[in-house]
Design a protein around this ligand. Structure first.
Ligand code: HMN
Length: 291
């Protein structure tokens, strides 16, 4: 699992006005991440890829295009989690056949599943997909909160190699790190990357790395070498930028910044709204000021 460590962009996807995948634009986003953001890998079809707004065919199309563009340049994690368990398995098999290095599955959401049901969901995926799996925990969006013992139960399966931990709970994060030194932990909130890095996470997965990947890498590496003052400076600038992005509209603004870098990032899928004219101007100012 050591080779899976590092910083992963939660990959954005380019859509046209009709909501179809813009292949050329998607390829440009991938290239920008590798060539400019200098990330170690891509987390494909996560929240940032607007995964829960698109069809199964579109998810497959995206897995396909991304693998074709990346080859073996960087690591690839396929987010295949879905409320329809058959779809999750189908996507897991599909991405595995394409050569994705690991799969990841969001905890099942919306119906307030209990832990027994969550376990059953992961077991079904693991029994049917021949790949390593990273649990995707994001309680604020799913409503699924797991404690240390529950993570431990899921980690008992040897194919469960780690967790994408997207929560501001540093007590739990420290306990997981300490208790499971051999599992991979990816930090999920870019604005908390330094705090997570100090706790010795193995990497991070973030939406803002699509544009701010170089700073994210600096934060992670400075923290690992104990240069905390320097890391804090970079996190400060990063958080100035993230604050402005969040105020303006997260995914729309990252796409707009990419467009200012001549990357065909397209628009967001409905029902996500588009930026106002002012929002477009603000995104341009962010691109000029920070990137
Ligand atoms: C994904 O599934 O696409 C990402 O891994 C999610 C990632 O953790 C992001 N979370 C959300 O968008 C909810 C963060 O990068 C987040 O966007 C960033 O920290 C700004 O808050």
């Amino acid at each position: 699992v050591i080779e899976m460590k590092g910083l992963y962009s939660a990959l954005m996807c380019s859509f046209d006005e009709q909501g179809q995948v813009n292949e050329q634009g998607l390829r440009e986003i991938v290239r920008h991440n590798i060539d400019v953001s200098k990330i170690d890998g891509l987390y494909v079809n996560g929240s940032t890829g607007e995964n829960f707004l698109i069809s199964t065919d579109q998810k497959k199309q995206i897995f396909d295009i991304v693998k074709d563009e990346v080859g073996s340049d960087v690591k690839l994690i396929a987010q295949i989690g879905a409320l329809n368990i058959d779809e999750a398995v189908e996507l897991g098999q599909f991405a595995t056949e394409l050569g994705y290095d690991a799969i990841s599955a969001v905890t099942p959401f919306y119906y307030k599943f209990d832990f027994e049901e969550v376990t059953d969901y992961y077991t079904t995926i693991l029994e049917n997909v021949d790949n390593d799996l990273i649990i995707y925990s994001i309680p604020a969006l799913t409503g699924v909160n797991m404690n240390l013992e529950q993570f431990g139960e899921l980690f008992e399966h040897e194919k469960v190699i780690g967790v994408k931990f997207t929560a501001p709970d540093f007590f739990l994060l420290e306990r997981i790190r300490h208790t499971f030194p051999d599992k991979l932990i990816y930090s999920g909130f870019d604005e908390m990357l330094l705090s997570a890095s100090v706790l010795n996470v193995d990497g991070a997965i973030g939406s803002t790395f699509n544009v701010n990947g170089q700073r994210a890498k600096q934060i992670f590496e400075l923290a690992q070498s104990g240069q905390i003052d320097e890391a804090r400076e970079v996190q400060k600038v990063t958080n100035d930028l993230i604050g402005e992005i969040l105020d303006n509209g997260l995914y729309q603004t990252i796409k707009e910044i990419l467009k200012h870098k001549d990357v065909g990032a397209g628009t967001c899928r409905k029902p996500m709204k588009s930026l106002t004219e002012d929002g477009v101007i603000r995104a341009k100012q962010m691109a000029e000021k920070y990137l």
